[in-house]
Design a protein around this ligand. Structure first.
Ligand code: IPE
Ligand code: IPE
Ligand code: MG
Length: 239
């Protein structure tokens, strides 16, 4: 099963405590760790975590710099922590605007964990679903008009990875907002959506298990007539 999480509410978590927003992002990093540990036990094979949207560059420089340091630390832990737990890590989104050191850390982490099979974690960084769709669609159009038979090139910008991983089954958004904010628009065509009021740093493995339980109570029809057994079989064959 592929689950996407829009990890929202860390800024408000900090502000409510009279802390700097950066403290909220630090607390959010701990929730990421707990969520990754709990995911395989919940039947999750792929987690896509929305960590930084292309619209988030609008934030104050200091907040952005703090976030980039947290992302760097996450990828620097690849060999020691993620690989040891059977987790493969990668990033989706644009890399050309990220700090050079972070890009190198991502590349090292991808190499170090490429054989891990228990869980795939895709961190969406400088990610815009619309930009990914436009990028891949224009490459395909260019490819179609180029020499006959030439396969269009795809890049690591998003949709190429996403189509390889397949549709997302469930999107969870914390923080109380009921919107997708440019996350996995293409891949969520038939996704179930769960919106939670809890702020991201407060999100626990129990909340994850409850969201999965809610997902399992939903009746997915994929446009069909809704035989529960068939719908479940279709979902399982895609995961
Ligand atoms: C989400 O939390 C994390 C990022 C966007 C990087 P926010 O920072 O948006 O938290 P709120 O919504 O301001 O509380
Ligand atoms: C979405 O949260 C992006 C991430 C969680 C990384 P935002 O806080 O940026 O979304 P909006 O601004 O409320 O739509
Ligand atoms: Mg927010």
């Amino acid at each position: 099963m592929h689950v996407g999480i829009i990890m929202d509410g860390s800024g408000r978590w900090a502000e409510r405590r009279g802390l700097d927003r950066g403290a909220g992002h630090e607390a959010g990093a701990a929730a990421v760790d707990a969520t990754m540990l709990a995911a395989p036990g919940c039947g999750i094979g792929c987690l896509t975590l929305f960590a930084f949207s292309s619209a988030n560059w609008r934030r104050p420089t200091a907040e952005v710099a703090g976030l980039m340091r947290i992302f760097r630390r996450f990828f620097d832990r690849a060999a020691a922590t993620h690989r040891a737990r059977g987790v493969r890590v990668t990033a989706i989104g644009r890399r050309d605007r990220l700090p050079r050191g972070l890009v190198s850390a991502i590349e090292r982490a991808e190499r170090a964990t490429r054989h891990s099979q228990r869980l795939l974690v895709r961190v969406a960084l400088d990610y815009s679903s619309r930009a990914s769709i436009i990028e891949v669609a224009s490459e395909r159009l260019a490819g179609a008009s180029a020499a006959a038979g030439a396969r269009p090139q795809t890049t690591a910008i998003g949709l190429a990875d996403d189509t390889e991983t397949g549709d997302v089954d469930l999107i969870i958004r914390t923080g109380g907002e009921h919107r997708l904010s440019d996350f996995l628009l293409w891949e969520s065509a038939f996704a179930e959506l769960v919106f939670l009021d809890c702020l991201w740093p407060d999100f626990t493995p129990d909340d994850l298990a409850e969201a999965i339980a809610e997902f399992r109570r939903r009746h997915r029809r994929f446009g069909g007539v809704g035989h529960r057994r068939l719908a479940r079989a279709a979902a399982e064959s895609r995961s």
